[in-house]
Write a protein that binds this ligand. Structure first.
Ligand SMILES: [Zn+2]
Length: 391
């Protein structure tokens, strides 16, 4: 048993309409990797006087971040033909407060994508026993995208949507990105994915507004990195971006590294989507390595001052980290840190259907915790009650 004391606990608060608030004077009691109880510190001292305590030093004690869209970091990439890559990501991600993530594939040959999904499956079957971030499944970004809105994805590997490629990995894939116009009005792909428990994400798409809205009404409930690689808002043709911003049932990813979307665009997204936003990094292997030459999806990537680009200047994923995107979004919107944290914890956990286990620090949940100061500098990260980063 362990109790985390002297922290500002980020918890849902009835007085704030159930939103996250920071509450002082409470202890978090951890047993067998789970949160056993949340109680006033005075009660902890009375009832559990012999319980070891960990002092958070007045910092925020938050649910650990869940990154649903991450290709790689610290030199490792989901597409690496090497099971060490996922292990490296698990080991290193707690540095950024991440306790769960979805290794994300990129457009490549279907054989390479399926091999990568197979490696994620193997990793989940035989999880790494050392302390590290958990793998919750895979995010399949491409190859069912628009050649015209491919971003940094290689056009030669783009394919029309075909569920038979996804089906053998339905136990692993949590999201699949699809350009709605590539469905040609046949929504059986969406239906098959939904029946298999896979969330279909609208993205890398040049659809017109009506096409996008039609696909949304047929079950596309998520959008891949809002604003990026999708037809933009025009007041007479609101495009995919307009459809995603306008449709209430769609949860939109946002890369708030201030490179992929302007602070004002972040504010607009929050005004229109509220809690239907998920903060992601979309990071590549160069994340955490500093400036230099890197790789993504079989292409050279040049990293300079927080910007990752292909040789032709196309933005190539990001070098952002979850602590950074949370910090930026709070700063850009004026939203409190607890409210911002919701978009990196409870919102993705609810969408993934694991809110009973993750995404909040309520009793019964896994003790997946990030501890940070008011500038979101990560001080410590716990996964299943074990300290993976910090002391
Ligand atoms: Zn991506």
């Amino acid at each position: 048993m362990l109790a985390i004391v002297n922290g500002r606990l980020i918890l849902p608060d009835e007085r704030a309409g159930g939103h996250f608030e920071a509450i002082s004077g409470l202890a978090l009691l951890i047993e067998d990797g789970r949160i056993k109880d949340v109680m006033p510190e005075v009660r902890l001292r009375a009832d559990y006087s012999s319980c070891p305590v960990w002092d958070a030093g007045g910092r925020f004690v938050s649910p650990g971040f869940i990154n649903i869209h991450i290709h790689g970091c610290f030199g490792a990439d989901t597409m690496d033909k090497d099971s060490e890559a996922i292990k490296t990501m698990c080991q290193k991600l707690p540095v950024h407060g991440v306790t769960s993530f979805l290794p994300t594939t990129i457009t490549a040959s279907m054989e390479d994508i399926q091999e990568a999904l197979g490696r994620v499956r193997e990793f989940m079957k035989n999880p790494w026993l050392a302390c590290g971030a958990e793998v919750l499944g895979a995010n399949m970004e491409g190859p069912f995208i628009s050649p015209d809105y491919r971003g940094c994805h290689q056009v030669k590997h783009v394919l029309p949507p075909d569920f038979s490629y996804v089906e053998p990995y339905a136990d692993v894939v949590k999201y699949v990105t699809v350009a709605s116009e590539e469905l040609g009005g046949d929504y059986s792909f969406i239906e098959k994915c939904r029946n298999a428990g896979i969330i279909v994400s609208l993205g890398h798409s040049g659809a017109i507004y009506e096409e996008a809205l039609d696909a949304i009404q047929h079950g596309m409930t998520h959008a891949t990195h809002l604003y990026n690689a999708m037809s933009p808002v025009h007041h007479r043709e609101p495009g995919v971006t307009g459809a995603v911003l306008d449709a209430e049932g769609v949860i939109a990813e946002l890369i708030t590294d201030d490179v992929h979307c302007h602070p004002a665009a972040q504010r607009l997204a929050y005004r229109l989507k509220g809690e239907n936003l998920v903060l992601i990094t979309d990071s590549c292997r160069a994340c955490g390595l500093g400036d230099g030459v890197s790789e993504l999806g079989g292409q050279q990537v040049f990293v300079e001052g927080g910007l990752a680009t292909l040789a032709d200047g196309t933005i190539a994923a990001s070098v952002a980290s979850m602590d950074m995107v949370v910090r930026n979004f709070a700063h850009n919107t004026g939203l409190s840190l607890p409210r911002t944290v919701e978009l990196a914890t409870r919102v993705p956990a609810r969408e993934l259907g694991c809110l009973d286990q993750r995404g909040t620090l309520e009793p019964g949940r896994l003790a997946n915790i990030a501890v940070f100061d008011s500038d979101v500098n990560i001080y410590a990260t716990f996964v299943r009650g074990q300290i993976c980063y910090g002391q």
